[in-house]
Write a protein that binds this ligand. Sequence first.
Ligand SMILES: [Fe+2]
Length: 168
Amino acid sequence: MERITNLKGLLIEQIRELYNGEQQQVYFLTNVLKQTEHKELKSIIQNHIKETQEQIKRLKNMLNQLFISPIGEHSEIMKGMINEANDLIDRSASPKIKDVIIISSIQYMKHFEIAGYGSAYAYAEELGRMDIADQLHISLSEEKEVNNLLSDIALDEINPKAKTPRLV
Ligand SMILES: [Fe+2]
């Protein structure tokens, strides 16, 4: 592993981590799409799979602009979040609680990405690379937007429905 000596090095590291994390999420989102019957949740996930595919293209484009190979970084954090999510999904005893788990699992990932894209955006801006910063900002806005949509359906209907059956 090469040493990170400056902000540009850290920007590259961050973009590569985001790139790998997004790829892992395409598989995860495609998998959870099959696990819910909730129409609105399904459509949010479906749209976000398309967005994620565009985010991957954007990150690849940024790496090309920085003359960096996209291969080599593996996001252990994303892998851990996906493992945790799959474990909770496997243990869910009803579709109602499964929907809650799907939403919160995706939101964990969105918060992680908001931090990642937000930091990378700040580094690119500081470095005067607005060609990179602008692309990061598009993805940052998408992550925030999907997080808000998920919060809305969770609070309005999916969480309340999962209060029953009460076992304790
Ligand atoms: Fe993403």
